[in-house]
Design a protein around this ligand. Structure first.
Ligand code: ADP
Length: 581
């Protein structure tokens, strides 16, 4: 509606200008008309005056002035070039002052016909004077001055001005009304277009374009409609792309962090949040120093922001558990290909590093375990070759030692083979079946019977006839046998080993309990690692390889279950197998 006041103002100014100009022109027209009239009256009066000039008959002139003045309602004065008034229609010339200083008289004395409007001191009102010089032989003989009151004229002009002002007022009112209507007609669709563009800006594209009442508005509305459609298309496209991007980032195993040039987080995916131990949502907008407390990572981010080419680095993050990361960083560019930050991709290598370490440990352990019996065998074989063969008694003793070490080697190799067999089986589907637990326990006990009898150890079993679980019989029997074997090995002579099985909380548990030496708490977390032994010498002397419990752990993992241990030094241990029912 800002158009309306402008409209109104323009209309009012033009109407006022026309009114002012016309009233002025009117007044000018009146005055000039009056001037010509006065001049004509003076000229009309001239012949009668001239006749009374030579010789000068002042009285007759004054009389004539008074008579003609009365008839023509005009003030007539006859004035000598010297300024002396000879006759006057309204006053006694003898009482009138010298008129030489009056402007019209001054001009007439110089031979010019002029008019002037001024206040008459004689008649005490505003008058228009016209002075006509009467010439004789190029000399001004006398001056005839005619005058009328302008007050009446002023009043008439004022009247006309009032009428014009009234007219202007009426015209202004009509103009105001008309311009209001016109402005409304123009501004309403513009207001609607404005609302429409605001709704587009808010992302609401459903608003309908306004009804156009002019060609301009119609074409503006059409182009805005087109613009709205294009915009919606683009926004939809961008939204689709963003959703795709978010889905990709969310499903990525790698952590992705986008940073601006001030090292503030622009975005971060879930994986990165997990790796850097922070909430991706609240991290956005913060500097990387606030989000991650790791100076090597900060240095890396700085390097990625400054380098032209991608940078790569590995770093360790301290914490409850050390974690290894491989990070790649590259510059992020905006739509104008200007640097706007950097993109950092994190790969958690902790598991890989762990596996690598385990592999290295395993190779070292295997080599070490095998080296001892091989060195011993080689030593004794060489001794025999060096002549000990002839000493029959010693030779037999040496050969027995060689045989023991060979058994040990055999045991290690067999256990390793067993382990790798289970590991491989773990990757594939085991042929699991619902089977009787009691039968498995009995078979395992049979496997260890000889050893138990030799050590004078009794084995007690407690298991319900109908107890079943899901397992692969040979494998489970092997696991139970390993636990029984250990229980027997680490029990005192005449000891007792109890084996119990029952269903408990959605699982079937098999517990192997002994009253033997027990295990210190410190060793429990590592007990199931390959080649881990609490007392190496004791284990070796008992024929242990350090692989028994590792085999149990793997067998249980292949069954989707696990093994746990509770133990107290000097009191004994309980190993529990947890199986699916
Ligand atoms: P090993 O062949 O040496 O017995 P295992 O893997 O079977 O190897 O056992 C690892 C270690 O756990 C053993 O060396 C022993 O120190 C300890 N251990 C296992 N079972 C028992 C048990 N029932 N009582 C005490 N110590 C045990």
């Amino acid at each position: 509606m800002q158009l309306y006041p402008t409209y109104l103002l323009v209309t009012l100014i033009s109407v006022a200008a026309v009114a002012w100009y016309s009233s002025n022109a009117l007044s000018r027209f009146y005055l000039s008309h009056m001037e010509t009239d006065l001049m004509a009256r003076a000229l009309f009066f001239e012949p009668q005056t001239v006749r009374l000039l030579n010789p000068l008959n002042g009285e007759a002139i004054d009389k004539l002035c008074k008579e003609v003045g009365r008839h023509t309602m005009t003030r007539i004065s006859v004035i000598m070039p010297s300024g002396k008034v000879v006759g006057d229609s309204n006053e006694d010339p003898a009482k009138m002052d010298n008129h030489v200083d009056r402007p019209e008289i001054m001009a007439a004395s110089a031979g010019k016909v002029t008019s002037s409007i001024r206040f008459s001191r004689t008649l005490e009102q505003k008058m228009m004077y016209v002075a006509v010089p009467i010439m004789n032989d190029r000399k001004v003989v006398t001056i005839i001055r005619t005058a009328v009151s302008v007050t009446a004229l002023d009043k008439a002009v004022a009247d006309i001005r009032t009428k014009i002002a009234m007219g202007v007022l009426v015209i202004a009112l009509i103009a105001a009304l008309v311009s209001l209507l016109v402005a409304r007609r123009i501004t309403r669709p513009i207001e609607q277009l404005k609302k429409w563009s605001e709704s587009i800006a808010r992302g609401d594209f459903n608003y309908n374009p306004p009804e156009a009442n002019s060609e301009e508005i119609e074409s503006l509305s059409a182009s805005m409609n087109q613009m709205g459609k294009d915009l919606k298309g683009r926004i939809d496209f961008i939204t689709r792309q963003r959703n795709q991007m978010e889905a990709i980032l969310a499903s990525m195993v790698e952590g992705v962090v986008a940073l601006d040039s001030d090292q503030r987080v622009l975005s971060m995916n879930q994986a990165a949040g997990k790796m850097l131990r922070c909430d991706p949502q609240s991290a956005t907008g913060k500097t990387i120093q606030e989000v991650v407390r790791n100076t090597s990572f900060h240095d890396f981010v700085l390097a990625a922001l400054q380098s032209e080419s991608p940078v790569e680095e590995e770093f360790v993050m301290a914490g409850r558990q050390e974690r290894y990361f491989k990070v790649r960083g590259m510059i992020l560019r905006d739509a104008q290909a200007q640097r706007m930050g950097a993109l950092v991709v994190l790969n958690d290598m902790t598991q890989v590093a762990k596996l690598e370490n385990m592999r290295k440990d395993f190779v070292a352990n295997v080599s070490h375990e095998i080296k001892t019996p091989i060195t011993a065998i080689k030593g004794f074989v060489e001794t025999l070759l060096d002549g000990a063969l002839d000493d029959k008694e010693n030779a037999i003793r040496f050969l027995e030692i060689i045989s023991r070490h060979t058994d040990r080697l055999k045991a290690i190799v067999e256990d390793l083979l067993e382990l790798s067999r289970i590991e491989q089986a773990g990757g594939q589907e085991l042929s699991l079946e619902k089977a009787s637990v009691k039968e498995a326990l009995e078979t395992a006990i049979q496997l260890c019977e000889t050893k138990a009898v030799t050590s004078n150890i009794t084995i007690e079993m407690d298991c319900a006839e109908d107890l079943t679980a899901t397992f692969e019989p040979t494998m489970l029997e092997q696991a139970i046998a390993n636990l029984l074997d250990n229980a027997i090995k680490y029990s005192e002579e005449h000891g007792c080993v109890r084996i119990r099985a029952k269903a408990r909380d959605q699982e079937v548990v098999i517990m192997v309990e002994d009253d033997g030496s027990g295990i210190d708490q410190d060793h429990l977390p590592r007990l199931f690692e390959r080649f881990y032994r609490v007392d190496k010498a004791r284990s070796r002397s008992l024929g242990g390889t350090g692989l028994g419990l590792a085999i149990v752990k793997h067998i249980m993992a292949a069954h989707g279950g696990h093994v746990s241990v509770e133990s107290q030094i000097g009191k004994g241990s309980v190993f529990t197998l947890h199986l699916n029912p």
